[in-house]
Design a binder for this molecule. Structure first.
Ligand SMILES: [Zn+2]
Ligand SMILES: [Zn+2]
Length: 263
């Protein structure tokens, strides 16, 4: 009720520039209602095409208006390009129309390990360990930096009771190096991780270890487990804040639906 039930959908805004979206989860419909309907032009940086990261696209009001533009960046999959796999998701019988029949102009651009510019934003893309081809993003824009790593599989020990290890992928460290804000997977407790160690996610402790190693200023806990209640979330966030203080991370935030972070 308080943290929210929608899936990954984040917007980065800089005054006077077209917005950049991170992922297209179910939160996108509600987000779209807060944005100008037309004219509208934006870019979306999609980490991967699991349902919880793409299901909001058909319900984003802006793509149903002629003249509007949305450029969607993301990793190609084993089954084809980003456009191919989105075309397999957004078509009858799953949705009344194929994305090519939309009123707005939606384009797909494959990325994996790239450095590029979107407007005045510098964008770094690196592969991130998860289940299936997945990337993370770093934006440097107007003197501020944000890393977005929503789904991240922590390396774990082998055996019947796998435990997360502290190894960190070099690409992930590159994305997070000294950022003002790191939006990162914080799905599991150690007990949950032991049961779901191959589900593509990590513990809050692992995310804290990345924030520490990378010298992150603010760690925003993201991609909460859908089974956690508000009361459990309050406790997990409080624990993470304490641990963060103890290891010298300036700020830890438990993200919730509608949260605005001013950089
Ligand atoms: Zn995923
Ligand atoms: Zn996910």
């Amino acid at each position: 009720m308080r943290y929210g039930g929608n899936t990954a959908s984040v917007i980065v805004e800089v005054h006077g520039e077209a917005p950049i979206l991170f992922d297209l989860g179910t939160g996108l419909r509600l987000l779209g209602e807060t944005l100008p309907i037309s004219p509208f032009s934006a870019s979306a940086l999609v980490t991967h095409i699991h349902w919880d990261h793409v299901q909001g696209l058909p319900f984003f009001p802006q793509i149903h208006v002629p003249g509007n533009k949305l450029d969607i960046y993301g990793p190609a999959q084993a089954d084809g390009t980003l456009a191919d796999v989105f075309g397999g998701l957004m078509k009858p019988p799953y949705f009344p129309i194929h994305f090519s029949q939309l009123q707005g102009d939606v384009r797909f651009i494959d990325v994996m390990s790239d450095e590029m510019a979107i407007g005045n934003a510098k964008v770094l893309v690196r592969p991130v360990p998860h289940v299936g081809p997945t990337v993370g993003y770093r934006l440097d824009w107007d003197g501020r930096s944000v890393a977005y790593i929503s789904d991240h599989q922590a390396p774990c020990t082998a055996g019947d009771n796998p435990q997360p290890t502290t190894q960190i992928d070099e690409g992930v460290l590159e994305l997070c190096d000294g950022v003002d804000l790191m939006i990162h997977d914080a799905q599991y407790t150690p007990t949950e991780f032991a049961q779901k160690s191959y589900w593509g996610h990590c513990t809050i402790d692992y995310a804290l270890s990345i924030a520490k190693r990378a010298g992150v200023k603010t760690f925003a806990m993201f991609h909460h487990d859908p089974g956690h209640s508000d009361a459990q979330m309050d406790q997990l966030v409080e624990d993470a804040k304490c641990k963060g203080r103890a290891i010298g991370i300036p700020e830890v935030i438990g993200t919730y639906e509608g949260l605005v972070v001013d950089l």
